[in-house]
Ligand binder design. Structure first.
Ligand SMILES: N[C@@H](CCC(=O)N[C@@H](CS)C(=O)NCC(=O)O)C(=O)O
Length: 257
């Protein structure tokens, strides 16, 4: 039995799958795909996932993409702590959360993150080089996202709307956790916690104005409980070349002190 996991740094959808693997204690071969080097659009990777996106797993030669589907599969076929409720109603409640993350919370965060990151990633490319990079992106909607974020930027109304959706998402989590917890479905830690945390993990620093002790105390307490878990710590300790390169670049910049 072989399991290869293609993923980027432990953030967002890659973190989602790494969390499930580490929480269950599943052994796997890690294959890092550098998004800031556009490796996800190289032919070798598109041969594995034609959508040109991570994460992807290959289990005994069979490919699965879509992080939420991957996590349900991992929980179903591998030993380790159960990450889904045993009963169908519980599973339905869990899927309400994972669907909300995939359809609402993650897209809003993703548009905001890419609109901030992509301009820096492509700033040294000529117009021709940029078009060549775009031409390799298999999904039309991703091509549009790159073109707009890199060259024109989204209008303020769109950015404000995505920020509103992030705020709504945070409010929804706070309301659910205020009912008692300790986890989103109550006593059992599930894929719902994993999906929501994979998006919310950096928010106490990145979105401190919306996720903080004063406005979202229950969410912050849940975040603290998540950070105590061994599986979470192991997933967050996975290689993060994007962050390392950013830090290396910053340390080379002349000090303004
Ligand atoms: N619905 C997919 C979304 C995958 C996705 O958006 N992956 C991002 C990283 S979190 C990616 O590969 N972005 C690079 C790109 O689209 O070029 C999932 O849940 O797996």
């Amino acid at each position: 039995m072989t399991l290869t996991v293609y993923h980027a740094e432990p953030g967002a959808n890659s973190l989602k799958v790494l969390l499930a693997l580490k929480e269950k204690g599943v052994e796997f071969e890690s294959c890092y795909v550098a998004l800031n080097k556009f490796e996800q659009h190289e032919d070798w990777f598109k041969a594995i996932n034609p959508a040109g996106q991570v994460p992807v797993i290959v289990h005994d030669g069979r490919v699965i993409n879509e992080s939420t589907v991957i996590n349900e599969y991992l929980d179903a076929v591998f030993e380790g702590a159960a990450l889904r409720p045993a009963d169908e109603y519980g599973r339905a409640m869990m899927r309400i959360w994972t669907k909300f993350v995939d359809e609402y919370f993650c897209p809003a965060l993703s548009y905001l993150a890419w609109s901030w990151m992509i301009a820096g990633m492509v700033k040294d490319l000529s117009a021709e080089e940029f078009e060549a990079k775009l031409a390799r992106i298999p999904l039309k909607e991703q091509q549009d996202k790159w073109r707009i974020t890199a060259r024109e930027g989204y209008p303020k109304e769109r950015l404000d709307e995505w920020r509103r959706q992030v705020l709504t998402s945070i409010g929804r989590l706070e309301t659910a956790l205020a009912k008692g917890g300790p986890w989103l479905l109550g006593e059992q830690f599930t894929l719902a916690d994993i999906a929501c945390f994979s998006m919310a993990q950096p928010m106490p620093s990145g979105y401190a104005d919306v996720m903080n002790q004063r406005d979202t105390p229950h969410l912050m307490a849940w975040h603290g409980r998540m950070m105590q878990r061994e599986g979470v710590q192991a997933a967050l300790a996975m290689p993060n070349r994007y962050r390392d390169e950013m830090l290396a670049t910053q340390s080379k910049e002349p000090s303004h002190a």
